[in-house]
Design a protein around this ligand. Sequence first.
Ligand code: NAD
Length: 257
Amino acid sequence: MRLKDKAALVTGAGSGIGYQTALRFAREGASIVAVDINEEGGLQCAADIRQRDGAATFVHADVSRAADCEKMVAAAEATYGKLDILFNNAGISHADDDDAINTSEAVWDMTMAVNVKGVFLGCKFGIPALQRAGGGSIINTASFVAVLGAATPQLAYTASKGAVLSMTRELAMIHARENIRVNALCPGPLRTELLMKYLDTDDKKQRRLVHIPMGRFGEATEIADAVLFLASDESSFVTGSAFMVDGGITAAYVTPE
Ligand code: NAD
């Protein structure tokens, strides 16, 4: 078991990447705090883990609220005695996110509150817990759009993921000598609800698919396997990375620095 005796907190565990990663972590022996604003999905995640003889508890929390983030970390320490792995994964992609002219201030603020402030608050309360545990691994979900522009505009989302990537790099530097590793996960386009809701016509799907060398969307389970590597001690010399799991999309388009 690759996460034996570890306690892991997963935000956005009610769906997609978070759900699959929570299950994957549990299969490798970790005890899980499943966090979501979606009560039904989060409870389901915890129940599915327990049904497979794993340990899991659900905490209802909105990652854009400090009090909620403090509560979710406290729940991890109260339930399992410590926190070793923090997966700041909850994120939104608003249907009305567009270009600079057409994106409203409200959509911009909402996207930043969840995608950027949510990661900051997770770290604000999570890092002291990892310090108390003697170290650990933080994985922040960014996106391939943090390193290249997407053909269909979603300006607030893209800017938010760029912020997650640079915040991750700085956190990795700050805590490198404390046995705390911090990596940004950069998934490519996935066949999850978040993206399929946004690419809601065949035409939009094809516009995105044409840019993916593998010619298909990724699966949340494929991302979960990558997160498992970053969470486990197998990645003990990996910190500050922009970990691309994208079917080759960035290799095709990003020019070397
Ligand atoms: P998803 O919509 O399937 O799951 C996201 C989960 O986050 C949901 O259960 C939702 O209820 C929860 N959530 C939303 N706002 C929250 C809040 N304020 N507090 C707590 N929980 C909240 O999406 P997904 O595809 O699994 O995405 C997970 C992460 O991966 C996001 O950060 C997303 O931006 C990123 N990502 C997704 C893709 C993709 O193609 N799907 C690609 C790159 C990055």
